[in-house]
Design a protein around this ligand. Structure first.
Ligand code: DLL
Length: 434
């Protein structure tokens, strides 16, 4: 049990009370969607669904799903439930897979979103006395401003550095003495490397925690970051279509992320049959915005693969937890018929003690998929004899075969020869033509 809640009444609410909140908000949201968004009115009318059919959260499965393409088809503002003059902010999705999508917020939306982020910061042990270095990008991406408003909400001192200029990031870590840093896990590693390069002992920094997310990362990666920066690293999840960072967050137990389910109602469905899946089973995360005015998406298919559990957490929170997402269904690689997520490859590499810098390349040679994994060596390893390097390549390759069922060419490459990242890492190059 701990005392670090931002919103104890909700975060530790009895499940029955949460269900009442969710039911009441879903009913209200569905009415707003029907009355204000032609897309949803058509969707309901087509299947003869009446807003009165939705009486409680249990009725949610009667509602059809919304997908990313629906946002694109209604680009830019077609799915908004409010007039443009009621918006106080616009962001957009990162647009990594196709045309970017636009999301909007009323003042109330910004307040509730900031509340979610505030829960995340407090869940990671943050207080109003802390300074928080925000090294997610500021701009249309929700990371920078999302964390910024959350930090201000709890009365902490926000340091809005944005991403990039890594030397300056380290300088600020030294001079401004932030207690917490917020950035992608891959940027945390880049910063850790710079700390070392500048000859700074990480334990001399005041920094004690990182609130890291926006991309999949394994527990092994967490340990690397914790060790290299001498901090505790907490995961934070979110997506712009639903709000931004803070849809779910880790508490100090570091055992799954609590979903702000009073604002974002989660479901896990089988991505093929779209049938709901029980606790503990991996499937696609689906969210319904039950606390949004401007863009209240219903049963939005995130394409993120995870599972949820209703088991009570040792921290005392009753909010349902989601497992670290493995990745998105569209990032899943199919190598000679075997499904592999890049995060599973990361797990194998790091559990064999390698450095956390790697690249995955997929080619098609003579009609067959060829997977190559390049892994950077540490300076110490690099100076070892060739035989040892070759043995390690074989060991990683054998481990990939036994753990993931896929064969790969493994190449250990020179220190600092692979790209570094300031935002979301791009680790896969797929050269196959489909
Ligand atoms: O990445 C929002 C965010 C900013 C989250 C800062 C956390 C911290 P988008 O650019 O719309 O929004 O990308 C959303 O990123 O659907 C996931 O695939 C992935 N993602 C986000 N957080 C995590 C995480 C922001 N903790 C997409 N673990 C999502 C794994 C994550 N994947």
């Amino acid at each position: 049990m701990c005392n670090n809640y931002y919103d104890k009444a909700v975060e530790t609410a009895p499940r029955g009370k949460l269900k009442d909140i969710q039911s009441e908000r879903l009913v209200r949201t569905v009415k707003s969607c029907y009355e204000n968004i032609p897309f949803y009115r058509r969707m309901f009318d087509e299947i003869g669904l009446k807003t009165n059919d939705i009486k409680s959260i249990d009725d949610i499965t009667k509602i059809p799903f919304t997908v990313k393409q629906d946002l694109r088809d209604n680009y830019p503002f077609g799915l908004f439930a409010v007039a443009k003059d009621e918006l106080v902010r616009i962001h957009s999705s990162s647009g990594t897979t196709g045309k970017q999508t636009v999301v909007g917020y009323t003042q109330g939306d910004i307040d509730r979103w900031s509340q979610g982020v505030a829960r995340a910061i407090v869940g990671a042990g943050g207080t109003k006395d802390d300074s928080i270095q925000i090294s997610y990008g500021y701009g249309l991406f929700t990371g920078g401003l999302g964390l910024h408003y959350g930090a201000e909400k709890i009365g902490a001192t926000a340091i809005p550095v944005s991403s990039g200029n890594t030397k300056r990031q380290v300088q600020i870590l030294q001079d401004f003495e932030p207690d917490i840093i917020c950035c992608t896990p891959s940027y945390a590693l880049t910063i850790a490397e710079m700390v070392k390069e500048m000859g700074i002992d990480p334990s001399s920094l005041k920094l004690r925690a990182g609130i890291l997310g926006a991309e999949p990362w394994t527990d092994e990666m967490r340990r690397e970051i914790e060790e290299k920066l001498k901090i505790k690293a907490y995961d934070i999840y979110g997506l712009s279509e639903i709000a931004g960072p803070g849809v779910a967050y880790e508490c100090r137990e570091q055992d799954g992320m609590h979903i702000c389910e009073d604002f974002f109602y989660p479901e896990i469905v089988d991505p093929d049959t779209l049938e709901p899946l029980p606790d503990g089973e991996y499937g696609e995360l689906v969210f319904t915005c039950i606390g949004k005015e401007a863009l209240p998406l219903l049963r939005y298919r995130t394409r993120d693969i995870s599972y949820i559990t209703h088991e009570k957490c040792a921290c005392g929170r009753t909010l349902v937890r989601m497992q670290k997402p493995r990745g998105r269904s569209d990032d899943m690689l199919i190598i000679r018929g075997v499904n592999v997520f890049p995060s599973q490859i990361e797990h194998v590499i790091l559990s064999l003690g390698m450095e956390p810098n790697y690249q995955i390349i997929v080619d098609r040679v003579n009609n067959s998929d060829v997977l190559t994994v390049c892994v950077e060596m540490s300076e110490a390893f690099f100076s070892d004899e060739v035989k040892k390097i070759e043995n390690k390549e074989r060991e990683i390759s054998a481990s990939m075969q036994s753990m993931l069922g896929v064969s790969a060419k493994v190449r250990l490459v020179e220190p600092r020869s692979l790209p570094r990242f300031e935002g979301k890492a791009v680790r896969v190059t797929d050269n196959r033509k489909f």
